[in-house]
Design a protein around this ligand. Structure first.
Ligand SMILES: NC(=O)c1ccc[n+]([C@@H]2O[C@H](COP(=O)([O-])OP(=O)(O)OC[C@H]3O[C@@H](n4cnc5c(N)ncnc54)[C@H](O)[C@@H]3O)[C@@H](O)[C@H]2O)c1
Length: 333
């Protein structure tokens, strides 16, 4: 058997057993020579011995920033394999400049977000929050007042990996959804193949019963849904955000929800967490969750499994499936 690549784990101590439960850790040990030190703080001089021979840095949440100073201590590094989503917070451009491979497990994180979003869209289509609040007060909606999902128009912002997953679910749902898509990187033909009609963002806002946000947090996507665009939404429409809080003007949305004009299902906000006592915490037409759409608990091992498969590919000299290309950084999460 060829010599196993030397690998260093770098992430928060409290997540390592979730990322690599025993069976995965055992598989990793067959694929790589894993240094016994878990690096939680790269400034620890004890890490130097681990870094000196490391060919793979397997990172997770809380990993140190991989910049020129750290690379100087990692002379043999061939790949940064991230057992989480975005690499933007810890991998500096110098890593690509040195020809070091960078991989992310964002594909593995997408599935749970798609599930969560789809469940939310179905709830939103039925105006579930309002119905539940009325029911608690002893009010039963009459049949003509009830809303069904058939014919609901869902506006998807961003055919990202998660956006595409949601589009696929919308296309295969029992409900007869009509789907609009806004994404500057997608053609009308491609949108049609994804089951959607490509429109600009204003048209999407004006035409949708439910707007679901899946674009990355970039300078140009900040407040993509600002007060003006939220004003284009029809009365009773819902905003679903499982992407990033900065894409929506949280205060403008809160004002529209407070009047009862819009409903909101928000897994992310700006700021995050929202301050205690914020109006969004107490509105009956708002479902606020603390950034739980991505991998949680038992699902975190999906990220580890993806990363371990990447280590297998690296060891076999194969291309990394989750390779992050530097030229894509400006348009990805
Ligand atoms: N709530 C959670 O727990 C959670 C978990 C994972 C990801 N996320 C978030 O979900 C979102 C999608 O993540 P992803 O990994 O699928 O993203 P991604 O990296 O696949 O998104 C890139 C794509 O977004 C689209 N896009 C770029 N700019 C756009 C714009 N201005 N308007 C519309 N579309 C645009 C393009 O199609 C681009 O290729 C991100 O905001 C990410 O941070 C949230």
């Amino acid at each position: 058997m060829a010599e196993r690549p030397k690998l260093v784990l770098a992430m928060r101590r409290d997540i390592v057993d979730l990322v690599l439960p025993p069976a995965l850790r055992a598989r990793l040990d067959t694929l790589a020579d894993v240094h016994p030190l878990l690096v939680t703080d790269a400034s620890d001089p004890a890490a130097d011995a681990a870094f000196a021979d490391a060919e793979i840095l397997l990172t997770g949440w809380g990993a140190p920033e991989v910049d020129a100073a750290l690379l100087a201590r990692l002379p043999k590094l061939g790949a940064v394999v991230h057992a989480a989503g975005t690499v933007k917070h810890h991998v500096h451009p110098v890593v690509w400049e040195r020809g070091i491979g960078v991989s992310s497990a964002a594909d593995a994180n997408a599935g749970p977000v798609v599930d969560f979003t789809m469940a939310t869209i179905v709830l939103a289509a039925r105006r579930t929050l309002g119905a539940a609040a009325d029911y608690h007060r002893g009010v039963q909606p009459s049949y003509p007042e009830r809303r069904g999902a058939d014919g609901a128009v869902v506006g998807v912002i961003g055919a990202s990996r998660i956006g595409r997953g949601v589009l696929a679910r919308l296309a295969s749902a029992a409900a007869d959804f009509e789907v609009l898509l806004a994404d500057p990187y997608v053609s009308a033909d491609e949108a049609a193949r994804l089951g959607a009609r490509l429109v600009d963002l204003d048209e999407l806002c004006a035409g949708s019963h439910i707007v679901t946000v899946h674009a990355p947090d970039l300078p140009e996507t900040r407040h993509l849904l600002d007060a003006r665009r939220l004003g284009l939404l029809r009365d009773g429409a819902a905003v679903v955000n499982t992407a990033r809080g900065r894409l929506v003007d949280t205060e403008a949305l809160a004002r529209a929800c407070e009047t009862g004009r819009l409903d909101a299902y928000l897994d992310v906000t700006d700021p995050e967490p929202l301050p205690e006592g914020h109006v969004l915490h107490r509105l009956r037409n708002v479902l606020l969750t603390p950034h739980i759409a991505g991998c949680q608990g038992t699902e975190v091992a999906r990220l580890g499994a993806y990363a371990v498969d990447e280590v297998a590919r690296f060891a076999a000299g194969q291309p990394l499936l989750g390779a992050v290309r530097v030229e894509d950084l400006a348009r990805i999460a």
